[in-house]
Every structure is written in structure tokens, then in C-alpha cells.
Design a binder for this molecule. Structure first.
Ligand SMILES: Nc1ncnc2c1ncn2[C@@H]1O[C@H](COP(=O)(O)OP(=O)(O)OP(=O)(O)O)[C@@H](O)[C@H]1O
Ligand SMILES: [Mg+2]
Length: 468
């Protein structure tokens, strides 16, 4: 390329165009196209483009024309050979003739099969920092490159530098996006695991409560049945003696009849049959009551444990949901909390009842934890309007420090000692209420108490997060 003419301008325009499509094309194709264009412009036969690898602090051949395939990707130390020298010194070079003895270039590696007679080599740099090198070689039988061609090259090389820099930035950005996406996926997985752990923890809490609740009636039913079986033995004995008595009376065997009467009298005296007759009635009644309690706890548990079909939208009576949850957490509440309920007239609500029960459970357990010795928990339900219902849980416990209010729904925010709270309850509850397109509000005064108010729509509306 001598003085600039129209063809040169078109050539420069084409060079810009290659750079502009750069981001959409594959990196290798863009570098190859750039090198090809440079070779074409300077009428070179072979050439290569090498980039600096910042991590390894060396050069690697990114693309080449007229180079053996194995040369692509090969690495060159900075300062070594012609390319290494240009990269290290950030100086363009015009080399004519044999340079194998040139002191500047140590370890010159001649490409097999090529005998360059003339070569130009420019550093690719952005803001003074070298990011690569490009070289153009001429065959021995062609005319040598000139200083003015080297200078022309210097004018267009910045375009290539910019494109190369853009491609690298683009690659870095894609790498960052990938790293962020991977991290995000990991985070999601961890969150899922934590949610699962929280569920397991509440199931554990629930199991302990239920075991305690069931154990008590089972204990006294067992003791009643033991007494009843002892009484039964006495009555079986009595019946047998009565049979003997009747038999002997009917066949006129008075002596034997008298003996049987004596035995009956003895049994009645020693076993206090009159007391037994009174007691049987009470034992049976108590046992039936106990069994009824067990039955209702199990029924409550069954409706609470809709946890397994949480993804299924159901029509539910929210008052019933609260009642079954209260049964399940009763063991946690009964020693220090008086629970007052004020159930409003609620329509059937389209919701995920298992998830809502988890929310009620967490709010009730939180309320009981906030009560140190004795206190009152009030549960109120009602309609806000024909589309929305509310559930309000109030306690007269410790209240919440105003500076903690904004952190309440953050995962892992807890003021409880290790082992008593993970700090996930409210963040999970918040997510569940959001899934219902509802609201979970808190109102608290330190030393006075706290109210959590849930409002949810009667008819469920799908939102974007429902599938996640
Ligand atoms: N009714 C309440 N009264 C006072 N403080 C409360 C009440 N409810 C929640 N808090 C405060 O909010 C914190 C977070 O509650 P959250 O339910 O998210 O977690 P947690 O109860 O500590 O642990 P987890 O529920 O995971 O077992 C609690 O540690 C407590 O400090
Ligand atoms: Mg909690």
C-alpha cells in the first residue's frame, strides 16, 4: 500500500466493518478475517496474530495464515523471538533479509517450510498496554516491505487493537455472567436446602409436640384398661360362681349351693365389687375421652400435614386450618399462653393450605417464644372486603426492637439462641404469603407486644413466581 487511494479507503472501510460485526461472529472467525484483510492490504503471504495471556504473562498464537496447524495455540515467552520482542517493547518492526543473527531476537523459531524474506510486525495496544502482536510476512521471491508500509500499518493497527480488546472484554463479560449464573444457581440450591431444613425442623418440632400430646391420653387409657382387665377377672370369677350356684340350686344340691354363695360373698368382700361397678363407668368414659383426644390430634395432624401437596391449590376453610395448627402447636403454647380465638365468618379460600399452616405455626411459635412467663395470644380472622380475608395473631410478649423491624423478614435474622431458632421462619412465611399475592404486616411495640396481620385474596391469582 503506497499513497492512500480510493481502493485503500475501501480497504480501511472493510476493516472497520469486520470490527463492527465482531461481537456477533465467533472470536476465531473475526481474528482470521482481520488477519486475512491485513495480509490482503499489504500483499503479504503469511502472517499471524498472537495475544497476551495476562494470567500466564506470555503470548499465544491466536490465529495464522500459512502457518502449520500445530503452531496455532503455541506459546511464546515475552521477550523471546520477534513476536515476543515486539510485545515486550511495544515497538513496530520492519525486518528485511536474514535476521536469525540479530541480537535483539533470542530463540527465533523459524516456522517449518517458510522462508520469510521480509516481515512487518506491529504491537496491538490499548491505552499504552500491549494486548497482542500481529505480523505479516513476505516470500523471498516477492518485493520487500518498506518503511512507509510499516507506517501505514501503524495507522490501521489501532482498529485491530480495539476489536481485539472488545472481543476480550466481551469474553470476560461472558465469563463473568457465567460465573454469576453459576453462583446464583448454587445460591438457589442452598436456599432450597435451607427451606427443606426449616421444613424438617418444623416437622421435628411438630413430631415432638404431637408425641407429647398423644402420650398423655395413651398413658391414662393404658392404666384404665389395665384396671378394667383386673376388674374383668373378678367379674368372670363371680359369673362362674353364680353359674355353679344356679346349677346346684336347680338340682337341689343345697350344700354345694351354699358353698358357691360363700365364695361369692368372699369375692365381693375382698374385691370391693361395689367400688368396681362405679369405677368401670368412669374408666370407660375417661378412656373414650382419651381416645377421642388422640383421634382429634391425629385428624388435626392430617389436615395440618397437607405439607406433602404444597404445590396443589385447594379450597380451604382457613378457620379450620388455624384450629388444626393450634392443636399441633398446643404443647408449645399451653404452659404459658392463654389462647383467645375470635373466628370470623370466612368464605372458602383458594390457597395452598399446607404452606399457610406452616405460616400460622411459625407465627404462633414466635408469639409463644416472645412470652416469657405468662401471656395471651389472640387469634382473629375476618373479611376485609368480599375479595380479601385477614388473619391476625397478637401477643403481649417482649415486642420487637424498632431497629430490628426492617430485618425481620431477612433469612437468618434471629435473636434466639443457637438451636432455638434458625431465623428462617418469617422469611419463608413472607415468601408463602407472597405466593398467595397477599401481605404479611407487622406492628410491634417493645415491652408491649406484637401483631402480625396476614391478608390474602379469596380467589388465587397466578403470579409470575408460581412456577419457580
Ligand atoms: N411475635 C414476636 N415477638 C417478638 N419478636 C418476634 C416475634 N416474631 C418474630 N420475632 C423476632 O423475629 C426474629 C425472626 O423470626 P423468625 O420466625 O424468622 O425466626 P426465628 O423464630 O428466630 O427462627 P425459626 O422460625 O427459623 O425457628 C425472631 O428471632 C425474633 O427476634
Ligand atoms: Mg420463628
Amino acid at each position: 500500500m503506497g499513497e492512500l487511494n480510493f481502493d485503500d479507503l475501501i480497504w480501511i472501510y472493510d476493516l472497520f466493518s469486520i470490527g463492527q460485526v465482531a461481537v456477533e461472529e465467533s472470536e476465531d472467525e473475526v481474528y482470521q478475517a482481520l488477519l486475512k484483510h491485513i495480509l490482503y492490504g499489504f500483499n503479504g503471504k503469511t502472517g499471524c496474530l498472537a495475544l497476551i495471556d495476562k494470567d500466564k504473562n506470555d503470548l499465544y498464537i491466536k490465529t495464522g495464515i500459512g502457518l502449520p496447524q500445530e503452531a496455532i495455540g503455541s506459546r511464546i515467552e515475552l521477550g523471546s523471538g520477534i513476536l515476543g520482542w515486539v510485545a515486550e517493547n511495544n515497538i513496530s518492526l520492519l525486518l528485511n533479509g536474514d535476521v536469525s543473527n540479530d541480537e535483539r531476537f533470542q530463540n527465533i523459531q523459524k516456522m517449518p517450510g517458510s522462508k520469510p524474506n521480509s516481515a512487518m510486525c506491529w504491537p496491538l495496544s490499548v491505552k499504552g498496554e500491549v494486548i497482542g502482536v500481529i505480523s505479516v510476512n513476505q516470500d523471498a521471491n516477492e518485493s520487500e516491505f518498506t518503511d512507509s508500509e510499516l507506517e501505514h500499518g501503524k495507522m490501521v493497527i489501532p482498529v485491530i487493537s480495539l476489536v481485539a480488546n472488545n472481543l476480550q472484554l466481551n469474553r470476560d463479560r461472558e465469563l463473568q455472567i457465567k460465573t454469576l449464573t453459576d453462583l446464583n444457581n448454587q445460591l438457589n440450591q442452598t436456599q432450597q436446602q435451607l427451606v427443606q431444613q426449616e421444613k424438617l425442623a418444623s416437622i421435628g418440632q411438630l413430631a415432638a409436640g404431637v408425641a407429647h400430646e398423644i402420650n398423655n391420653p395413651i398413658g391414662f387409657v393404658l392404666s384404665n384398661v389395665t384396671s378394667l382387665s383386673e376388674y374383668a377377672e373378678t367379674f368372670i370369677q363371680l359369673i362362674k360362681e353364680y353359674e355353679i350356684l344356679v346349677e346346684n340350686l336347680s338340682c337341689g344340691n343345697r350344700e354345694k349351693a351354699r358353698e358357691a354363695m360363700e365364695t361369692i360373698r368372699d369375692i365381693k368382700k375382698t374385691e370391693d365389687v361395689a367400688f368396681m361397678l362405679d369405677d368401670i363407668e368412669e374408666l370407660v368414659k375417661d378412656s373414650l375421652d382419651g381416645m377421642e383426644r388422640v383421634r382429634s390430634i391425629v385428624a388435626g395432624l392430617k389436615s395440618f400435614a397437607r405439607v406433602d401437596d404444597q404445590s396443589e391449590l385447594k379450597e380451604a376453610d382457613i378457620n379450620e386450618c388455624i384450629k388444626s395448627t393450634l392443636k399441633v402447636v398446643w404443647n408449645e403454647l399451653k404452659y404459658k399462653c392463654e389462647v383467645k380465638t375470635n373466628y370470623g365468618d370466612l368464605p372458602i379460600v383458594e390457597c395452598f393450605p399446607g404452606s399457610l399452616n406452616q405460616v400460622f405455626m411459625n407465627l404462633l411459635v414466635n408469639a409463644s417464644h416472645a412470652i416469657e412467663k405468662k401471656g395471651v395470644i389472640e387469634v382473629e380472622t375476618g373479611c376485609i372486603d368480599e375479595d380479601y380475608i385477614f388473619i391476625r395473631i397478637t401477643d403481649d410478649g417482649s415486642g420487637i426492637d424498632p431497629e430490628n423491624i426492617s430485618k425481620l423478614f431477612n433469612p437468618f435474622f434471629t435473636t434466639k439462641e443457637v438451636g432455638k431458632g434458625t431465623g428462617l421462619g418469617l422469611s419463608i412465611s413472607y415468601g408463602i404469603i407472597q405466593k398467595h399475592n397477599g401481605e404479611l404486616l407487622v406492628d410491634s411495640e417493645l415491652g408491649v407486644g406484637t401483631t402480625f396481620t396476614i391478608s390474602i385474596p379469596v380467589v388465587h391469582v397466578e403470579n409470575e413466581d408460581d412456577n419457580s
